[in-house]
Design a protein around this ligand. Structure first.
Ligand code: GLP
Length: 263
């Protein structure tokens, strides 16, 4: 795992977008793993800008999102399908039929989990999985006690997640209590993972995720098992990290980060 602490949210977002864009330029047919949530909105805005102003080409790429609320159709404005269209897919040249999310209206949840896993496999697996973190430490919607080898399935959401995401709904009580999510094991299969964490309210959970012991109570700790995991945070979210100096040293000295210093 590598941890990169940037002085501002803007620079953390731009670094994240540049890592994705550079990989897409090197491998235009890559399989992107995408995430939702407030943190990602700025990343998608930056990728859309790169498409418009720098010709970043999504035409050969495909994507798989982490999760989707159960019971919401893609045209419901609180669904993650709607979010993805609104924040990214409508603004770049990705082929919509190559963008995948679990089907929130699937009748048979177990079959839907299997279908999604098979689709990821058929696409050759996820090359780069973008991740955010929930306040309870979830990645995707892998709430506390999610098996660290879990696969895509339906999951009950915690009261904390309800509190965190409810305000995004016109009526918070309309938020579904269940969601489909890639499992922790599914996420760990991605060839590379990039976790972006910003803001003061995430500083406690980020410290536990990166420097704490691995536990199914905090699914993000499973990223410590991944051999190509990059955690990018702003100074606020990184405030409690104990080994900041070491992380900064690695970012400054590792040749692969040379081109990313002044973002
Ligand atoms: C939701 C998503 C997660 C995301 C989290 C963070 O719960 N299922 O994948 O990481 O939101 O959201 P935010 O960026 O709004 O804090």
């Amino acid at each position: 795992m590598e941890v990169i602490i940037r002085p501002t949210t803007e620079s953390a977002v731009k670094l994240t977008a540049k890592i994705i864009a550079d990989q897409l330029r090197a491998d235009p047919a890559m399989v992107l793993g995408l995430a939702t949530g407030r943190t990602m909105e700025a990343v998608y805005k930056e990728l859309a800008r790169m498409y418009r102003e720098e010709g970043l080409d999504f035409s050969k790429a495909s994507s798989f999102n982490l999760d989707e609320y159960i019971g919401l159709s893609g045209d419901n404005k609180n669904s993650y399908r709607y979010y993805m269209n609104y924040h990214l897919f409508n603004h770049v040249n990705i082929a919509k039929d190559k963008t995948n999310l679990p089907d929130g209206l699937a009748k048979d949840p177990i079959a839907e989990g299997h279908r999604y896993e098979a689709a990821i496999k058929a696409a050759g697996g996820v090359d780069l999985q973008l991740l955010g973190i929930g306040r309870d430490g979830h990645i995707g919607f892998n709430e506390p006690l999610s098996s660290l080898s879990s696969r895509t399935r339906a999951k009950a959401l915690t009261p904390e997640t309800y509190q965190q995401n409810g305000p995004l709904f016109d009526k918070p009580e309309d938020m579904p209590m269940r969601a489909f999510t890639m499992g922790v094991g599914t996420i760990l299969d991605a060839r590379k993972v990039v976790l972006l964490v910003t803001g003061d309210e995430k500083k406690e959970i980020l410290k536990k995720a990166v420097e704490g012991p691995v536990t199914s109570m905090i699914s993000a700790t499973a990223l410590q098992f991944h051999n190509s995991a990059i955690v990018i945070c702003d100074a606020e979210a990184g405030a409690l990290l104990e080994h900041k100096d070491y992380y900064n040293w690695v970012f400054k000295t590792e040749p692969q980060w040379k081109a990313y210093q002044n973002i």
